[in-house]
Design a protein around this ligand. Sequence first.
Ligand code: F6P
Length: 529
Amino acid sequence: MALSESSPWRALSAHAENLRDRHLRELFAADGERFARFSLRHNGLLVDFSKQRVEEKTLALLHRCAAAADLDGWKARMRAGEAINHTEGRAVRHADLRAGDRAPSEVRDVLARMRRFCTSIHDGSWRGYSGERITDVVNIGIGGSDLGPRMAVHALAAFQQPDIAVHFVANLDSADLAPLLARLNPRSTLFIVASKTFTTQETMANAHTARRWLLAAAGDEAAVARHFVAASTNLEATRAFGVAPENVFEFWDWVGGRFSLWSAIGLPIALAVGFGHFEQLLAGARDMDEHFHEATAKANLPLTLALLALWNTNFLDAHSHGVFPYSQSLALLPAHLQQLEMESNGKRANREGIAVGYATNPILWGTAGTNGQHSFFQLLHQGGALVASDFIALASPDFPLPGHHSGLLANCLAQSSALAFGQTADEARAAGIPEQLLPFRTFPGNQPSTTIVLPELTPFTLGQLIALYEHKVFCLGVLWNLNSFDQWGVELGKHLAGRLAPCLRGETGTEGLDASTRGLIAHLRDARG
Ligand code: F6P
């Protein structure tokens, strides 16, 4: 039976009819205990979802949905290593990467090698081809082999190691790699080629260009082994590229790309902030894993975020989800979550291959506050579209400067409050707004949001936060009856690009292509001379 036919889903639809027109003002007026009732705490984290348009009954029905979808069964199957990524025949075991003493021996072995490697870079015992120590590390990867580590390195800038700079290159556009190479010294630069498959077009093109750049300076193939390491599951391809086997940090097909920052793909994080801090990141994620598996459904943070997303998407029709970290250090979190959520659950075929009859993942987007307030927040306040949001705040700043943090927090709270409660015409009048401006100075409010507060931004709390969203994604996949761990949707474009590149170079004709693509190719060939 389709989930949308199940009795909890039908009950939720009926309940939504009653609740849809109720304003958050009314819900707050009716219940003075709303914050206490609709907020959860776990090990330093606070999740306040009192500004979501829910009542106790909503949550009870949503929890029934999770039970009807056999969430506990799917959690057990994931933990037991069953191939729940059934379209690729793979297990989903990224939590094993951060299991500490309980991690599989192959995981602990790679972590031990990563630790030794980091030490050798940090203490200067690793030398480049000319005997210089490494000052710059360039991670070449894309998607999951870029976004997570890039976000974490940026987030943990307060923990940055001295004397080493970590850079990220992802785009096939040479405008990404070229300006970076122009300011680096080949004698003191180390490249990490980060690719699960070691076949991704963008990564391999950038890696080969970097290799040529190095060899142009070193003049000896032997230099590659001193300046290239790899994080990959494809040991044959790394060898063919010339990376010395001892410099390949392995991971496994049971680690999905967007869940891979805990594996060898996290090497740039460890190099940037030190291996001890990388271990703290893993420990934070482990703490969230334990919470996810052990906390009751009602106290469960990831499950609660997933249920709220289900409610907003499928019952209130909010198809856009904003993520607003009031932390410049977390500015890249929305980009990481875009891949995590949209590549995982942006799907319409259910696990049986049948089109689901309901909406799945909303469009996720966002930027750091307060910057967003001066660009798109206008639309959230008065544009009319229903947008659900996550506000993320740090109780204490990671870069304290007098006079900044209280103002930042005040803006965060002010925005979620203004979005929730708006401003009526009477309130505007009472504030002295002239009658003719009232249509422009009223705010409908009733925009749902959740506020997540971290005590401070450390490797541990960052690990908790990322794993919180990872488990939310897992729960939503179960609720929507999707395989969250494949990504067939990105294949068609890759295949077409492979076909069009020779057309653009004039090596093959354009017969059989659509008229628009043919026209664009003709124009581009002409424009490029
Ligand atoms: O964009 C598709 C994808 O397969 C992502 O899932 C993955 O993170 C990315 O490409 C990079 O893949 P790889 O690590 O194999 O280079």
